[in-house]
Design a binder for this molecule. Structure first.
Ligand code: ATP
Ligand code: MG
Length: 627
């Protein structure tokens, strides 16, 4: 089917369109009403229908594909690979669900899951879904304070944690962080269920509170737990945003709309049919992990690869080696991940047989053109940039190779997904802008199925955070964008980060993109810094590829020249600092506000989601050195 027709129908006749899409999943009771918009900006999809995410992800496939691989959990940290068929997964998830039920966890209870990228994290999520408990996965790399904040917000009936994670061969004990988080948090769940991987022999237990999963598993092995049929709009899970702009928001997802969005997107966006293999390098703690390591591929009857480890260990070819071994058709990663590889020899991209690999999807941050070209040419596989947010749960702007692939336009994630009505508007007047003019990206409500239904426990914050920026009722997460005549949208960065040089507004993306065309550049971050004359001037921080011998001052000059020749003198960086690392959030996003604060000596705001504090130290030293 033509993309244009598919998309047009989704926005012109949303009820008819989504009623058809709803047939992709199992409904225990069919919906009474497809869409209820009586209380915008809230909306309800598939009202009165009952279904269950776990049933759609596992039970429904047992007859036809019980013996097919459902989940392959690979760890290059422990060197353990676990291959589970749909039947195996059914067994593990039922056992886990029985354990949860034995601890008194039931429908509507929240369960916080704090685990690394291991199979048990997936079992725990699906077990919650099975019994109607609301999971909230907290990325295992977060420190105790972040965990405590999320515990206090979600108020879980149970906390599930692993003894430890591993990164780059080093054991990272989780349990002390759990203990510290529960010290700090006001809300204290009665139990902590520990999946002991045997990585931390020093681990201590709090009597009565801490329970060992392995022994409970032994008691309930083989148990079968009935599915809780939930009304489509009941909450399925909570997931906190990355916190790039400030305090994370507890994104609440529904059941039916999300299941339909997963079934639709895995097939038409990611081009994965039942029996095919998808490899997403995300952590289950992120939105991509929820949607395309767990729910999307499993609802779609596919095989999902889950990976614990670095992209460069044991060597920078590991991802492609896994693609060859499992016959991966669609791979999903992030620009950050690819930029890590870009520092290495491109020969690693050519070492394995990638004949099964059809697509590489990348999301999470702007995909700069030099990186897009490097990886596209290196792999010989089309690269599809896709734009979304924790809030949307699935790509909002993408190309849809599973339906009808439109031409890839480097620098742009492409066209709106079904159900998303978008505009680029002027920030001041709220008027829709013609093509080629920069403005704020907004979605016209109602949001399609799969998107957040509210902010957990805080409807007001939902309205204020997303729908109160303009006079009209429009959704925006405040990304700055530009559209071309064919509807291809390019994201230029966040409106907070826009640099205003003498009245010219520049997206951070534009300058970063230009700096990245310098052959020595691995990654660049640009921030606007106050300037008496011009209002603001751009300042660049850049990391270099391995083996660059050119002196930094030379490279910096070259980068400045590129910006001037590509974007004009107005965009000329006032300074270029060459550094070894850039500050990023735990999810791999550049934390530009921290750079800006360092340069301007202002308050950086909440830095709790910062990945590596050394990166900031490094920047501080570069500022002191002045180069
Ligand atoms: P917070 O909302 O807490 O500040 P966050 O916005 O970083 O954190 P996420 O939901 O993880 O949290 O990230 C979504 C944002 O990531 C988008 O709003 C956009 O700024 C950026 N983004 C995602 N994909 C792309 C892409 N393909 N191109 C450009 N930017 C992207
Ligand atoms: Mg956001």
């Amino acid at each position: 089917m033509r993309y244009e027709d598919f998309y047009q129908r989704s926005v012109d006749e949303p009820e008819a369109f989504w009623a058809e899409q709803a047939e992709r999943i199992h409904w225990q009771t069919p919906p009474r009403q497809i869409l209820d918009t009586s209380r915008l900006p809230f909306r309800r999809w598939f009202v009165g229908g009952t279904t269950n995410l776990c049933y759609n992800a596992i039970d429904r496939h047992l007859e036809e594909r019980g013996g097919q691989l459902a989940l392959v959990a690979i760890s290059t940290e422990t060197n353990i690979t676990r291959e589970l068929t749909y039947r195996d997964l059914y067994r593990e998830v039922n056992t886990f669900a029985a354990v949860l039920a034995s601890l008194g966890v039931g429908k509507g209870d929240r369960v916080v899951i704090y685990m690394p990228n291991i199979a048990e994290a997936v079992f725990a999520m699906l077990a919650c879904a099975r019994i109607g408990a609301i999971h909230s996965v907290v990325f295992g790399g977060f420190a105790s304070h972040n965990l405590a904040l999320r515990i206090d917000d979600a108020r879980p009936a149970l906390l599930i944690a692993a003894d430890a994670g591993m990164r780059g061969g080093k054991v990272i004990p989780y349990k002390p962080l759990v203990d510290a988080a529960l010290e700090e948090a006001t809300h204290k769940p009665p139990h902590v269920l520990i999946v002991d991987r045997g990585l931390d022999p020093q681990m201590t237990r709090v009597a009565d509170r801490d329970l060992d999963y392995a022994s409970l598993r032994a008691s309930y092995e083989g148990a079968e737990v009935p599915v809780a049929w939930l009304e489509s709009n009941e909450p399925s899970y909570l997931l906190y945003t990355s916190g790039t702009t400030g305090k994370p928001k507890g994104i609440q997802r529904d059941v039916g709309g999300y299941a339909v969005a997963m079934a639709l997107s895995i097939r038409t966006v990611f081009d994965i049919a039942p029996g095919q293999v998808m490899f997403s390098t995300s952590d289950v703690g992120w939105a991509v992990g929820h949607s395309y390591n767990v729910y999307g591929p499993l609802i779609g009857g596919a095989t999902s690869l889950l990976y614990e480890g670095l992209p460069t260990h044991p060597d920078p070819g590991i991802w492609w080696q896994l693609c060859e071994r499992y016959g991966v058709r669609t791979m999903f990663s992030s620009p950050t991940g690819i930029r890590v590889l870009k520092k290495q020899d491109a020969g690693w991209l050519k070492k394995y047989d990638l004949s099964a690999l059809k697509w590489l999807f990348l999301a999470g941050e702007p995909l700069d053109e030099p990186t897009a070209h490097w990886i596209t040419e290196g792999l010989g596989v089309p690269v599809i940039d896709n734009y979304w947010q924790t809030e949307t749960g699935w790509p909002a702007i993408t190309l849809m190779p599973g339906l009808d692939l439109k031409p890839v336009k480097f620098g742009s994630p492409g066209l709106p997904s079904p159900g998303y009505r978008m505009k680029v508007i002027d920030e001041g007047t709220g008027e829709e802008l013609p093509p080629q003019q920069k403005g704020v990206l907004v979605f016209v409500p109602p949001l399609p199925p799969g998107c957040l239904t509210t902010v957990w426990g805080d409807d007001e914050r939902y309205v204020n955070s997303y729908f109160s920026h303009f006079n009209e009722l429009l959704y925006s997460s405040l990304d700055w964008a530009i559209r071309d005549e064919n509807g291809y949208t390019t994201i230029l960065g966040r409106t907070d980060d826009v640099i205003n040089v003498a009245g010219h507004r520049l997206g951070t993306r534009e300058i970063e993109e230009s700096v990245s065309t310098h052959p020595a550049c691995a990654e660049a971050a640009v921030v606007g810094v106050q300037d008496e004359l011009k209002g603001q001037v751009p300042v660049v921080f850049a990391t270099l590829k391995q083996g660059v011998s050119e002196p930094s001052a030379e490279v910096a000059r070259g980068m400045q020249q590129r910006v001037v020749s590509q974007l004009g003198g107005v965009a000329k960086p006032a300074r270029v600092y060459v550094v070894n690392a850039l500050p990023k959030t735990r999810s791999g996003k550049l934390l530009r506000r921290s750079l800006q604060a360092l340069v301007q000596h202002t308050d950086p705001g909440d830095l709790s989601t910062l990945d590596d504090p050394n990166a900031l130290e490094e920047v501080r030293r570069a500022l002191e050195r002045g180069s």
